[in-house]
Design a protein around this ligand. Sequence first.
Ligand code: GLN
Length: 379
Amino acid sequence: MTTSTRGAKAPAVLVLEDGRTFHGRAYGAVGVTFGEAVFSTGMTGYQETLTDPSYHRQVVVMTAPHVGNTGVNDEDPESQRIWVAGYVVRDPARVPSNWRSRRSLDEELRKQGVVGISGIDTRALTRHLRERGAMRVGIFSGNALPDAGTMLAEVRQAPEMSGADLSAEVATKETYVVPAIGEKKFTVAAVDLGIKGMTPHRMAERGIEVHVLPATATAEDVFAVNPDGVFFSNGPGDPSTADGPVSVMKAVLERKTPLFGICFGNQILGRALGFGTYKLKYGHRGINQPVQDRTTGKVEVTAHNHGFAVDAPLDKVSDTPFGRAEVSHVCLNDNVVEGLQLLDQPAFSVQYHPEAAAGPHDAAYLFDRFVELMEGQRA
Ligand SMILES: NC(=O)CC[C@H](N)C(=O)O
């Protein structure tokens, strides 16, 4: 029997900070939530999106019109909980169907208290965000909603993403170890700024024992692991606030320990090298973004989730306090810096997600590059 509950759902309203409003139905928990409205162009992988800690304080709009079709399983989450502040879908699946599915997405959102909205024109909303830029948003659902002026005033009081320092809110409080799969070849200290579960797994698959350290780890904590390599993870918030991790990274660069960074880690490497970071108009989110590896000329289709970017020159080698550096990867949609590499020591980073959870595996070679750097250091 199909259990269509759509008709029974409470009314819901999505209010953008510029006053544009969309009316729909509650999806997931009924209540009120605020965050930065961003859109994701991923056609699949909603569980990985919802549980990616980098989405902390963001309300995610799915451009894919049908969401929830494969339900929710216990294998795909990237962390212990859903991190998005709110969820916006056009047409939720009425009947999830997949051999791994344990419950519906609507149920999971309700269980975790995540307020969402469905039945709105997500295409119009996405176009609006693309034209006007990412902005604050509120979702209000229930049978007794505040008046329009009150809702808008509340949205405008919500905190902005610029200037937000969020890593410590999502990262582990205690160090933990992800063992190497098979023979252990290397030890890596991974600074957790909001790490996704697949990242240490991709390293473990390559014989790396990963010590995941809290976001507040000092350089001494990192070196205490006696690492062959150091990794800086993805994470939420504005990289211009990450002074702590930037100084730890400088200490790692000083020692010339092989270094790899993903996403927030790329922005931190950028800052450690003396480049600035800036907020993109509406960011890159999804699993279908074209990136060129300028070191090989190859184009890869990649997974992204970033709202900020590094401001580094594309067409010249830069002199930095740690030697020469260059932009190794660039996004072919908009020429945004997608990777950095040092030419005089073993350090590199990418702005996108080679761990590919969800996403295509085109960029898996970057974990092999990290291994090669660590091998090179030993030789
Ligand atoms: N996934 C990430 O690490 C995102 C980094 C940063 N919070 C940004 O939005 O650009």
